[in-house]
Structure formats: structure tokens, C-alpha cells
Design a protein. Structure first.
Length: 323
């Protein structure tokens, strides 16, 4: 699906090019900033949510008119785990549609050379074939716990495609699997499973609790990717990929929630028991993505789940517990 008009973005050749990383304080945005800095990029434009609310179309357009970035990576979004997605459907569809519509359209209108949108593996049908190829998009019903978020993300992919088709604009989309790492959200209810369990096991360990409650049955399978690997894939894709179709970004390895819970328990050093709260939803039964398209371009994930968990737990203890 390459587009000859855009086969080279020269992304890595000019380290002084102005890059806007939207959402730079979040899990993904902060990892992308670290990765860009490690490549020597020196002209990053960053705005916190309080400095620039991306749901405000006028403010976003004024920002682009003033800054005129050459490249844009959109890592700002309303994000949360299964409970947050299920509880705040209006926020997940409305805020994400607003942010991405404003940022995509202003990027195009103000001459951004290349744009990268981030979706999520939840865009695929609940019962998609496994591993899930990119062309499984829009082939069946979505998982109900996150369909509102998924619909917004699908609209983002389609908007990038529409601008590419109509204007030959170099907008690409990456679909990451479940991510984790430094700067994750460790909220007890609204976060994703991995930071939620890390916090719960840690608090149980320091309080000498005998049991920790884990949601669902433990049987769902999830694929996890360390956010530093994702950031590497984002920089790689900005440099090497230009095409209409989105790119899956995954580790290629899946684990049951039960095995993940045991692994987090071991890394944290909690010695009590797990209790399964089956009144909580399992969500989609399995979502392993087919990452062969990105691997075929030459990218490989490097961080194992165990190493990534050890690093994340150290960061959590030093930066979240220690505050
Ligand atoms: N985490 C994961 O497992 C996965 C994430 N992704 C995608 O990666 C991207 C980043 O996610 P992640 O880093 O985890 O999310 P985070 O919640 O960690 O970070 C999101 C960032 O966006 C900012 N933001 C939210 N709303 C606005 C707004 N209205 N105006 C300006 N900034 C805003 C947040 O700022 P503030 O906190 O101040 O509101 C925050 O810095 C998203 O597109 C997400 O869909 C995809 C797959 C998996
Ligand atoms: C990245 C992806 O993330 C979300 O989808 P999800 O994969 O279902 O995400 P999750 O991390 O919240 O849950 C994974 C599994 O883990 C179980 N689970 C156990 N115990 C806890 C727990 O304590 N917290 C959470 N959150 N889950 C738990 C939970 O019941 C489920 O079976 C999307 O909404 C959407 O945001 C999206 O795109």
C-alpha cells in the first residue's frame, strides 16, 4: 500500500525539524519524547493539557498558525481501562473525536509534512481472527465495553486515509496493542490492568494484606508491549512508512490475565492470594495483533514482559509511591 508520492519523509535526516508531540506528559507521549531526544531531535514543541486544550478548535488552529510544526505525532487522547471505557462512553467518544478532528485538520491546513495518528487494538471486531491482520477492520461487531472509544479511533484512521486520498497528505496511523511502562496511569479503577495490579499488589504488600482482588475470570488473553518499544516503532514508522493502511504495533506475545497477575505479583513481591471478582467484565476474549507488516519493514520489539515489568515497578516505587 505504499504511496510513491511519499516514499521518503526524511524524518531522521533533519534533527532540527520542529515536531509537535501532542500528549507529551502521558505514557505514550513521554516515551516518544524520550525516544526523539535520544535520536538528537532538538526542536520539540510541547503543550500540556492546561496550556492547550485540544478539544478547542479555535485554540488548536491558532497554535498551529503560530508554531507551524513540520511533523506531528498525536498521542493525546481520553484513555482508560475497561471500567473507565464502560462507565464514561460519552467522554470517550466525544473527547477523542474532538481532539483528533482538530489536530488532524489543523495539521493539514498549516502545512505539516507528515502526521502520525495513534489508535488501539480495540478497533477490531470482538471475534476477529487471531492474530488480527490490519484488514480485519470493520468486518464485525466491536467489543461492547469499549465500542465508543473504538468508533472514535476508527474515525481517526479513516480521517487520515481521507486526507491522503483527497489531498495526497502524508498522514499515517499506528495501532498499538496494550501498552505499559513509565508514566502510566496507576488509578485504582480507571487505569489498565497492568498498572492497576501493580499498585494493588504493592499496597497489599506494604499493608501485609492476605488477598488481592483481580477483576474478571482471568481467562482473557492480552498482548503487552513496553511503551519504549512503541516509541521506537513510532519513530521507525515516521521514517520508513507511508501508506493508506494503518500499521499494527505489537509484541506478538500474549498472556492470560491470570498469568499476568502471577507475574506482577512475583515482580512486586506480594506473597498472599488472588481472589477473582467475576462480577467485573472480562472484555474481549483475545486480541493478539498480526504485527508481520511492521516486522516486514524491519522493526522488532526488544523488551520482554518480565524486564519491562521490573523496570516499571522500579519507576512506580521511585516516582509514584515516593511522592
Ligand atoms: N495505554 C495503552 O495501553 C494504549 C494507548 N494507546 C493510544 O496511545 C495514545 C496515548 O495514550 P496514553 O499515553 O496511554 O494516555 P495517557 O492518558 O497516559 O496520556 C494522554 C495524554 O493526552 C493528554 N490529553 C488528554 N486530553 C487532552 C486535551 N483535551 N487537550 C490536551 N491534552 C489532552 C493528557 O493530558 P492530561 O493527563 O493532562 O489530561 C495526557 O498527557 C492514545 O491515543 C491511546 O489511544 C493505544 C493502545 C494502548
Ligand atoms: C488498551 C485497551 O484497553 C482497554 O481494553 P482491555 O484490554 O480490556 O483493558 P484493561 O487493561 O482494562 O483490562 C484487561 C483485562 O484485565 C482484567 N483486569 C483484571 N483486573 C483488573 C484491574 O484491576 N483493572 C483493569 N483495568 N482490568 C483488570 C479486565 O477485566 C480485562 O479482562 C480498552 O477499554 C481500551 O482502552 C483499549 O484500547
Amino acid at each position: 500500500m505504499g504511496d510513491p508520492a511519499h516514499d521518503s519523509s526524511d524524518f531522521l535526516t533533519d534533527k532540527s525539524a520542529k515536531i509537535f508531540v501532542a500528549g507529551h506528559r502521558g505514557l505514550v507521549g513521554s516515551a516518544i519524547v524520550r525516544k526523539l531526544q535520544s535520536h538528537g531531535f532538538s526542536n520539540l514543541v510541547l503543550r500540556s493539557h492546561s496550556e492547550l486544550d485540544l478539544t478547542r478548535q479555535f485554540d488548536v488552529d491558532s497554535f498551529f498558525a503560530a508554531e507551524k510544526p513540520r511533523f506531528v505525532i498525536l498521542a493525546a487522547a481520553k484513555v482508560g481501562g475497561i471500567h473507565a471505557n464502560n462507565t464514561y462512553p460519552a467522554d470517550f467518544i466525544a473527547i477523542n473525536l474532538q481532539i483528533q478532528t482538530n489536530v488532524i485538520d489543523s495539521s493539514f491546513r498549516h502545512g505539516v509534512k507528515k502526521f502520525l495518528f495513534l489508535g488501539s487494538s480495540c478497533i477490531y471486531p470482538k471475534l476477529a481472527p487471531q492474530p488480527i491482520p490490519e484488514n480485519a477492520l470493520l468486518t464485525g461487531p466491536l467489543e461492547p465495553t469499549n465500542e465508543w472509544y473504538a468508533i472514535a479511533k476508527i474515525a481517526g484512521i479513516k480521517m487520515c486515509q481521507a486526507y491522503r486520498i483527497q489531498y495526497s497528505w502524508d498522514a499515517i496511523s499506528g495501532m498499538p496493542t496494550n501498552l505499559y511502562g513509565r508514566n502510566d496511569n496507576f488509578h485504582p479503577e480507571n487505569s489498565h490492568v497492568l498498572p492497576a495490579l501493580m499498585r494493588r499488589f504493592h499496597e497489599a504488600k506494604v499493608n501485609n494484606a492476605k488477598q488481592v482482588v483481580v477483576w474478571g475470570t482471568g481467562s482473557p488473553l492480552r498482548e503487552f508491549l513496553h511503551v519504549d518499544d512503541l516509541a521506537d516503532a513510532v519513530v521507525f514508522s515516521m521514517d520508513k512508512y507511508s501508506g493508506l493502511e494503518h500499521l499494527n504495533v505489537g509484541s506478538g506475545k500474549e498472556v492470560t490475565i491470570k498469568d499476568l497477575a502471577e507475574l506482577v505479583k512475583e515482580v512486586v513481591g506480594f506473597e498472599g492470594d488472588l481472589v477473582w471478582d467475576t462480577s467485573k467484565p472480562d472484555g474481549t476474549p483475545r486480541k493478539l495483533m498480526d504485527n508481520s507488516k511492521l516486522l516486514g519493514l524491519g522493526w522488532t520489539p526488544k523488551i520482554s514482559l518480565k524486564d519491562g515489568l521490573v523496570d516499571t515497578y522500579k519507576w512506580y516505587v521511585e516516582n509514584v509511591v515516593g511522592q
